[in-house]
Design a protein around this ligand. Structure first.
Ligand SMILES: [Zn+2]
Length: 708
């Protein structure tokens, strides 16, 4: 759940500056818990009465977990304890240990492992709940303006979804165009209401008890047969200008959820057109200016942001799937998905992977109504929290509201090392993340759970030690979030500058000293810091990405990409920024070294087959020199395809898979990822020119520091 940018924490602000490494941790709120240590053999050796008393000491709900009287942090394995007291890992306060734990502390050390809150760095406990929660609702909002392939894909996706949520769930389906149409699942009829009548509240038209049905086999097949009504409009209807009242449908769904007093709901929006009617209609300027490439695309209406905040408070998560042949102004719709903790996925052409994505997203772990609290030792106060849809609570500023889903969904928490070093006897700094929310699992009742993780990190007074123990992917993720924030506050150019300047400063701080026979000066290869060596390419990849590049980018692509990247784990973000390139000696033998993304490297290695993993695209490429005996496309049993299978597994969005040969039109899929090559006529530099520029800037810093 926690991953620091370096295994060592700076003892004070001056050390942090000298290290040039951002100080912070990445938080993965829904990462799987590590399996508990087995205590079965030990338990078997205990007298039954002793075992029963140890087991009864463990907290069964979150309210029974001991908390620090000074800072309210929770107990955990990182705390020192004896039979009477425990010392808080965060603030060192001595607290009285509840007497129920005393026998365990006096027993052999294995006894501790029977009690998760005393022995584990990460533990989950249910939050006490006297009333049985209502089932989770699943609501589908489908754009009735879609063409037949879209309607077919929507029907298939809903059928898939219904199969995975079967059990204790309630379901609602709405179509929207100039009207909002509800499928009345009990009477098996369609009911319409018009967005132009503001007095109509969806929950009055259809009280939730009529609208939602618990799914079982019978209701699933009933709903599936009703889905046959999803037919694209006849040609005569299509020729009229399309009207799309998505906002009205979103509001209707939220009204329903509020009236039904649900604890948790998931709303899936399948959109084919830009909303242009009723609430949330996107109003373009009558004389639109050319796309602003200097700033991230901004919403044209605040409706979806406000709906996102309302959804977050109501425990509703919106996943938005867009498959449109025309622009839909993604930047306006994105806040609905981001703030409510859902995903926004855009399909450029076709919707083949729509039902697979819907299925995967519904089966991912998901949390709504989440509250996140980060407690830290006083030497590393929290400076900022970055991430998709995380925002500060308006009443308690230390608490962040966060709904999220997926094992890999990641936030970045940045620390600002304090000016003063802690007393000499303090050798560790600790971080505790407490995350409480409603966990949704398909087919089961929602459950409120508290998850606590505490980690301690050794302090150091050496910037060089911090660099040596750094984590390059975690650093790139932290910088990515800082760059996104800079682009929002200032401009995309300022974000590129931030990344460039940071790397120049790293080169300057990591410059070789005149010692150990080294030639002093800037070292662009970071030879003394193997852990940091991937960083320059990751930074280069970020600067060249669709989010930050200087060349024009379609605003919808930029906004959609941001929704996905902001949520990625360090490994996936690294693959997205600087794709991994592998070569193969033949169909069954993989070369062990990753290659740089340049056509020269591809040519020089001389291998016939390549596989490029760019997170959202996985490309298999056959070079022209490849021998005629190599089967094309590669057979499923080959190592090439097995490696592709490993890349594709567990991605939050199903990647596009392409197989191509050099010299065919499809080979652009491969060549467009060779980002180290200079682009003729474009502003983009080759990687070597970029590194030279960074090294020159670092040299300038080195010279001016010598003068001082
Ligand atoms: Zn404390």
């Amino acid at each position: 759940m926690l991953r620091p940018t370096s295994a060592r924490i700076p003892a004070n602000a001056a050390v942090q500056t000298r290290s040039a490494v951002p100080c912070g941790v990445l938080v993965t709120p829904l990462s799987p818990s590590p399996p508990p240590r087995s205590t079965l053999a030990f338990e078997a050796s205990l007298p039954p009465a002793a075992l029963a008393s140890y087991k009864s000491a463990a907290a069964t709900t979150s309210t029974a977990i001991p908390r620090c009287t000074a800072c309210r942090a929770y107990i955990g394995a990182a705390c020192n304890m004896n039979a009477r007291y425990w010392a808080c890992a965060i603030c060192s306060q001595r607290n009285t240990l509840p007497t129920r734990y005393s026998p365990i502390l006096l027993a052999p050390p294995e006894a501790l492992h029977i009690v998760p809150e005393l022995s584990r760095h990460l533990y989950d406990l249910p939050v006490e709940n006297i009333i049985t929660p209502p089932p989770t609702a699943y609501i589908f909002l489908v754009d009735a303006n879609g063409d037949q392939p879209f309607m077919d894909a929507a029907r298939k996706a809903i059928r898939q979804a219904l199969l995975s949520i079967q059990g204790v769930s309630i379901v609602g389906i709405m179509l929207y165009d100039h009207n909002v149409t509800l499928l009345d699942l009990r009477a098996e009829i369609l009911r319409h209401f018009s967005p132009q009548d503001p007095s109509l509240n969806a929950s009055h038209v259809f009280p939730p008890d009529q609208w939602f049905r618990t799914t079982n086999n019978q209701t699933v097949s009933k709903i599936v047969s009703m889905l046959a009504k999803f037919r694209a409009k006849e040609h005569a209807q299509v020729s009229a200008p399309t009207k799309s009242a998505l906002g009205t449908a979103v509001k209707a769904a939220l009204d329903m959820i509020e009236t039904a007093q649900l604890l948790a709901a998931r709303v899936l929006v399948l959109a084919a057109t830009e909303p242009n009617f009723g609430d949330g209609a996107i109003q373009h300027a009558s004389h639109p200016l050319p796309d602003d490439q200097q700033h991230p695309p901004k919403p044209l209406t605040r409706f979806y942001e406000q709906a996102g905040v309302r959804a977050n408070l109501l425990g509703a998560m919106f996943d938005v799937y867009i498959s449109s042949k025309t622009p839909v102004h993604v930047a306006s719709l994105a806040p609905l998905a981001q703030i409510s903790g859902g995903r926004l996925t855009m399909y450029e052409s076709g919707e083949e992977s729509l039902s697979a994505d819907v299925w995967q997203h519904l089966n991912d772990p998901a949390v709504v109504r989440g509250l996140l609290r980060v407690r830290t030792s006083s030497c590393i106060p929290v400076a900022d929290v970055y991430g998709c849809g995380v925002y500060q609570d308006s009443e308690v500023p230390e608490v962040y509201r966060l709904s999220c889903h997926g094992h890999t969904s990641t936030l970045a928490v940045e620390f600002r090392a304090s000016e003063e070093s802690p007393p000499a006897n303090v050798r560790f700094a600790s971080v505790q993340v407490a995350f409480q929310g409603v966990f949704i699992e398909p087919g089961s009742l929602p459950q409120r759970v508290l998850r606590v993780q505490t980690q301690s990190y050794a302090l150091t007074g050496s910037g060089s030690v911090i660099r040596k123990e750094a984590d390059s992917n975690a650093i790139a993720t932290m910088l990515f979030h800082q760059a996104i924030a800079t682009a929002d506050e200032k401009s995309i150019g300022a974000a590129r500058m931030l990344l460039f300047d940071w790397l120049a400063n790293l080169f300057f701080r990591a410059a070789k000293k005149a010692e150990a026979g080294d030639t002093p000066g800037i070292d662009g290869n970071l030879t003394r810091y193997p852990a940091l060596q991937p960083v320059p390419r990751l930074i280069f990849g970020l600067i060249r990405s669709f989010l930050f590049r200087q060349e024009p980018v379609d605003p919808d692509s930029r906004a959609a990409l941001r929704c996905i990247w902001e949520d990625l784990s360090p490994e996936l973000l690294a693959a997205a920024a600087y794709p991994r390139l592998y070569s193969f000696l033949n169909l069954h033998e993989k070369n062990n070294h990753e290659l740089p993304l340049s056509s020269a490297a591809v040519k020089e290695c001389g291998h016939p087959i390549f596989l490029l993993d760019a997170f959202s695209d996985v490309v298999i490429f056959y070079a022209t020199s490849s021998r005629k005996d190599l089967q094309y496309p590669p057979p499923e049993s080959s190592v090439v395809m097995r490696v592709r299978g490993q890349c594709v597994r567990d991605r939050p969005v199903a990647p596009k898979c392409v197989v191509c040969r050099e010299g065919t039109p499809k080979d652009r899929w491969f060549k467009s990822f060779l980002i180290e090559d200079p682009l003729p006529g474009a502003a983009a530099q080759s990687f070597s020119a970029f590194i030279q520029g960074v090294a020159d800037a670092a040299e300038g810093m080195l010279q001016s520091s010598k003068k001082q």
